[in-house]
Design a protein around this ligand. Sequence first.
Ligand SMILES: Nc1ncnc2c1ncn2[C@@H]1O[C@H](COP(=O)(O)OP(=O)(O)OP(=O)(O)O)[C@@H](O)[C@H]1O
Length: 477
Amino acid sequence: MIRFDHITKQYPGTNRPALNSVDVEILRGEFVFLVGASGSGKSSCLRLMLKEEKPTSGSIHVLGQDLRSISNRKVPYFRRNLGVVFQDFRLLPNKTVYDNVAFSLQVIGKSRGFIQEAVPDTLQMVGLSEKSRRFPHELSGGEQQRVAIARAIVNKPQILLADEPTGNLDPTTSAGIMALLASINAAGTTVVMATHEAGIVDKMKRRVIELVGGQIVRDERQGGYTTTAIQTIVAPNAAAAADAAATPSTDASAYARPVVAASATAAAAPAAPAVPAVSAAAVAPVVAAPVAAAPVAPPVAPAAPEARLETQVQIPVATQPSLVHPSAMPIIQSTPPAAPVAESAVRPAAEQIFHPAAPPVAQPITAPIAQPVAQPTIAQPTVAQPVAQSTIAQPTVAQSTVAAAPEQPRDANAAEASVSTVGDQLPADTGRIMTRPGLPVTQHEIPEQLTLAEKLGLRAPGEKPDQSGEQIVGPTR
Ligand SMILES: Nc1ncnc2c1ncn2[C@@H]1O[C@H](COP(=O)(O)OP(=O)(O)OP(=O)(O)O)[C@@H](O)[C@H]1O
């Protein structure tokens, strides 16, 4: 779904890169924290995913598209597949809650009927139905962030990028926002969130990617802000890996199993560094989608993997997709809350990253027996009413409407906005390990400074601004 290959980003006028040869893949349905000290490169990662910045070298694929192939003119259409939430909310101050959310649909040409249905549904999901007529300055910080989240998800993006969304909020309000993000993720949206907040990361027990000085130093399933994983040695075993590759599983329960898998590169080199093993804490993550019955099931309905974990001890590695990039840091994997989908399984041949014939090192391991734990204390979303699943549960369906008449964007290029989603609608490939071909690097010029509307994909760079203005409003409390 999102893949960085050897990404280096050096900003003009700086003498060291903000990101230094970063390799990482984020699968569909994952909830990923980017953590690290200030200046470690978290926001740069998000800006690159959004094509707000271009890498100095390396390639980025998002939703099956090589971002280098997306022209500046088409960037707004690409961004319609991504929702974005910022630390400072960035709401339109002269518009009501309803209009802030509706605005993002109006500017991409959604029909009045669609807007009248989608906006109330989304406001209900974020618990703001009763405050739809208020202006941003009449809301608390947490409520403003909920509006920003509603705006980000109202078009049912497949990916939600959040840059320190709780940075301006108190712990209790932050917990509510995190529960909301968890429910959005549980309904199928991939969430990537940069944060400094150790408490949140520790409670959520999701995948954690840690950056230090622009490099990934840790990539851990169900991690904490500071790793507590027990490191063990896993010896290369090509035969076991070959078996693993030959018998890919489509059993969703496979995702629930802790696993260790190394890269094909490691398999080919007996002296390769040891691969870290699973986290000792295979505990239940915080997810419970507070959604009501819906006409359409979530596209990536995350089963509750924690329930199955409790009795598992011996873990067949073959059934778990690896997130390990051949040249990336070893990953420490335990249990993802959802069933991430390897986008690679549906890419064109030239982009295929799975190479079953060259399996990585993979050894059965003894997984920790999950201990019953108290439910983490992050609260469920304060949704006043049962949530209409249609609000976010059908991202792939929704995406297709971006290019469909009468809601088609206003120029012929709009159709391309939906193309990128096609690759994400096919079944998961669960049993193979990723290796990737090197790709030539071509740079595209994009504006360094974009307005909010441009960042949100609402308006093409350079297009005439909306008359209502694009001022931003930050937290009021
Ligand atoms: N537009 C820019 N021009 C020059 N340098 C930049 C620019 N943006 C970021 N940097 C530098 O790149 C490095 C990474 O910055 P980035 O904002 O990605 O870090 P971060 O981890 O998100 O930090 P924070 O947690 O403080 O937001 C820093 O050294 C920063 O000074």
